[in-house]
Design a protein around this ligand. Structure first.
Ligand SMILES: Nc1nc2c(c(=O)[nH]1)N[C@H]1C(S)=C(S)[C@@H](COP(=O)(O)O)O[C@H]1N2
Ligand SMILES: [Mo]
Length: 232
């Protein structure tokens, strides 16, 4: 057996990668899981809608990373592929959208109306991807079709699925958190156990852990029901 590197604080490994999230999103699904249409707005000089062909001009990258949910589960060694956010920013955003120089925050929005925010400096890290495949297959509806953010140094809630919009802002006033304020740390770095805001990470472990199995079940049942309506 290879020696496993230590897990981040308070995490444990699970054997299946679940569809997961806040329960109010269990029954929401992308309307267009096959079509990339990323609306870029915010404190910018020009808006732009980016499609799959525009992304294809960027270098493709592959990356294997672990995925850490704030509720304490970790799924190891997922193989994502897509585009580096930094390449997307440097090649498309800087030249065609032209954010004002004081932009510091990036808001990511999903087709299911989920949203998350991260500092621009954090999403320019080389391991942050706009991913469109997982383990060599196009992203499924469960895991983020058609495109999702992968930011492995940050908890799962900073990795929005079904991306349809990215906004570049000077401050955080345009961002309504999907969850309660204490649940939404501005950076949410896994290594520093930044699970939430104003509450210690070790305490949130204890608060969240009891809800994991029922959430997994709820998300699985909702997906099964959704897929059966699609197949009718
Ligand atoms: N669009 C969207 N993105 C989302 C969520 C969601 O409900 N909707 N849940 C977040 C949370 S809390 C987690 S842990 C991960 C789960 O990703 P998975 O369903 O691929 O396991 O997605 C994140 N991104
Ligand atoms: Mo999560």
């Amino acid at each position: 057996m290879p020696i496993q590197p230590p897990l981040p604080p308070g995490q444990h490994v699970i054997e299946e990668f679940p569809r997961f999230g806040l329960s109010q999103f269990a029954n929401r699904f992308p309307e267009e899981p096959d079509k990339v249409a990323l609306k870029l707005t915010g404190d910018v000089e020009a808006g732009l809608v980016v499609n799959a062909d525009m992304l294809k001009r960027l270098p493709r990258v592959e990356q294997t990373s672990d995925f850490h949910c704030v509720t304490t589960w970790t799924y190891c060694s997922l193989q994502w592929a897509g585009y580096r956010f930094a390449d997307f920013y440097n090649e498309i955003v800087r030249s065609q959208v032209r954010p004002i120089s004081s932009v510091e925050w990036v808001v990511f929005r999903g087709q299911d109306s989920y949203a998350s925010i991260l500092p621009l400096a954090d999403v320019l890290a080389p391991d942050v991807l706009l991913a469109d495949t997982l383990n060599d297959a196009p992203l499924s509806i469960a895991h983020g079709a058609p495109l999702r953010l992968i930011a492995p140094a940050h908890y799962g809630y900073k990795n929005p699925k079904h991306l349809c919009g990215i906004e570049f802002w000077e401050n955080t006033q345009h961002y309504p958190p999907a969850s309660l304020r204490f649940m939404d740390h501005p950076r949410a770095r896994v290594a520093f156990e930044e699970r939430g805001r104003g509450v210690p990470g070790w305490l949130l472990r204890l608060v969240y852990r009891p809800f994991v199995s029922q959430t997994v079940r709820q998300f699985r049942q909702a997906l099964d029901a959704h897929l059966s309506t699609l197949n009718q």
